[in-house]
Unconditional design. Sequence first.
Length: 133
Amino acid sequence: RTADRGEAVMRLSIDTGRLSLEEMAALASALTTLSDVLSGQLSQPRFYDSATHRNNAAGDVLEDIAEGIGFAIEDLRNAARSRRPQSDDERDQKFALLARELTDGLRSPEDAIDGMRAIVDRLDRAIAEDVLL
């Protein structure tokens, strides 16, 4: 949608190098909540132009913010993928962060379970072999 308007998508700048896996998981969870709230707001008539069946200008701003949050969550997940957990707790945090991507309603239950098994297998291998995923 932002490309239709010829504007750059808003990007949040997050220094993932400063964040632990636990902090990345917590931040992704908080950003997901913000995204859910924005989605609810975008469903309100005050952010919608019924004549054009599109967001009004204020709705476009909210959608840009929501897109930026989505990219930030993706950046956090990508950063977590490249981190080797140093403890069982970090392993659990990394799993929770990566598994959430599979359970956000984008896949069938079977695909989500298969994806989660793959994450656990990679985590266990990485810890056992002392390598990055």
